[in-house]
Design a protein around this ligand. Structure first.
Ligand SMILES: Nc1nc2c(ncn2[C@@H]2O[C@H](COP(=O)(O)OP(=O)(O)OP(=O)(O)O)[C@@H](O)[C@H]2O)c(=O)[nH]1
Ligand SMILES: [Mg+2]
Length: 408
């Protein structure tokens, strides 16, 4: 059926698993404070009544357990939050700019331009501000004093933060299935969990990690990841495994699945284990359960290994179900406990990530003739940015301290 084929291929092209994204985030500019004076009958010029602007909206990442990967950002790379509204006369405030909440899968790491880890959305509901909205400008009514009754200036809203941000998803699984292609990893996940990954008798059937939930009779649950097969050289980029080795970093335990019917289980174990060591990041230190699969074909597989990391070895068959109950029970018994955060320390749910730390607390005032810069002296670029967003035009006067110059 040609129709079916084309639909299937289109679907797989549209939604491949995506564990990296690069986005540009721009927070909203704060609204300007108003420069206004009360107008009443018979009063030629009343007091200042310019209201404040609204703060600019922020761009926020939110960890959502419903999301599987970062593919939403394939088509959405430039993300801007709302501008704050300007203040008005009669003390009217500008509206706050709208925040943009970007949903990302749990386990998303945020890296800055330099590739440094800036935040880790490791828990459902965790929030990270990746670009803070600009501060609102205050209206002129804030600047009236007994000696300055008619302040002829108001603050201008500040630009929002802007940054290039790299997102990198590392799946959070309790245990991860590793092994050579065709060993029966996906068959095992189908048997023990609610996930239904594709199973076929050719290598590299599984092209992207799949998570499944395994239930215990006492109500406990474990999340188990099926990761694409590893071949020799995977750590250097051969096969598919390399890209996905990062997903093993956060597993508490590995379930090493070996096709016992293919011969030399010990050699197969070593071959995959060498790739884990070559990758580094502690993968070769994780505790392992070894599964010798396909005992319906090879009934008495031998594994000749003495290794402290190996907690148990289970001969079983995903085809007949032999040994599966025992394996599943032991999975719960052997999984290392979730590391508790040190006493007195809690993992923050709300992190604020500042792409560019705000150096100077300076503000820009709009005056009758142009702009006045107050507070700590800003850097040249920062000032140029702030003046541009404030709407400065050629020829406007800009006053900093005792000096005045023309904006160009
Ligand atoms: N006879 C027998 N065949 C099995 C058993 N377990 C899995 N198979 C078969 O082995 C083949 C590979 O199984 P998969 O579960 O797709 O293997 P995989 O490790 O996920 O493979 P990749 O996704 O390519 O890495 C399929 O044809 C399965 O039907 C078993 O216990 N006995
Ligand atoms: Mg598979």
């Amino acid at each position: 059926m040609p129709g079916k084929t084309s639909r299937d291929s289109r679907r797989s092209r549209e939604s491949p698993f995506s564990d990296r994204a690069r986005i540009h985030v721009v927070a909203g500019r704060g609204g300007d404070g108003a420069l206004s004076f009360r107008r009443e009958k018979h009063v030629p010029r009343g007091g200042p009544d310019g209201g404040d602007g609204g703060p600019g909206g922020s761009v926020v990442l939110v960890a959502d357990p419903e999301l599987r990967d970062l593919s939403a950002f394939r088509t959405r790379r430039w993300i801007a939050a709302g501008k704050g509204g300007h203040g008005g006369g009669s003390g009217r405030h500008g509206a706050a700019g709208k925040d943009v909440d970007l949903r990302v899968p749990v386990g998303t790491e945020v890296r800055d331009d330099a590739g440094e880890l800036a935040a880790d959305l490791a828990r459902p509901g965790a929030r990270v501000v990746v670009a803070s909205g600009g501060a609102a400008g205050r209206g002129n009514r804030h600047f009236a004093t007994p000696t300055r009754r008619t302040p002829r200036f108001a603050e201008v809203g500040m630009p929002g933060e802007e940054a290039d941000v790299e997102l990198h998803l590392k799946l959070l699984a309790d245990a991860a299935l590793v092994g050579q292609p065709n060993a029966g990893k996906s068959s095992l996940l189908r048997r023990i969990s609610n996930a239904k990954p594709k199973v076929a008798d050719y290598p590299f059937t599984t092209l992207a990690p799949v998570l499944g939930t395994v239930d215990a009779p006492d109500g406990r649950q474990l999340v188990v990841a099926d990761v694409p097969g590893l071949i020799e050289g995977a750590a250097e980029g051969l096969g598919l495994g390399h890209e996905f080795l990062a997903h093993l970093e956060r597993a508490r335990m590995l379930v090493h699945v070996i096709d016992a019917a293919a011969g030399d289980p010990t050699g197969r174990f070593r071959s995959v284990d060498d790739e884990l060591s070559a990758y580094g990041a502690g993968l070769d230190e994780l505790p392992q359960i070894v599964v010798l699969n396909k005992i319906d074909i090879a009934p008495d597989p031998m594994l000749d290994l003495a290794d402290d990391r190996i907690l148990a070895v289970f001969p079983l068959s995903c085809a007949t179900g032999a040994g599966l109950t025992e394996f599943q029970r032991s999975l719960f018994a052997l999984i290392p406990p979730v590391p508790e955060p040190p006493v007195g320390e809690s993992v923050p749910d709300y992190l604020v990530y500042r792409p560019k730390p705000r150096r100077a607390a300076f503000r820009i005032l709009r005056t009758d003739r142009g702009f006045r810069v107050v507070g700590r002296a800003p850097g040249e670029d920062e000032l140029a940015d702030a003046l541009r967003t404030a709407g400065a035009r050629e020829g406007d006067e800009v006053v900093i301290g005792d000096e005045a110059f023309e904006y160009r």
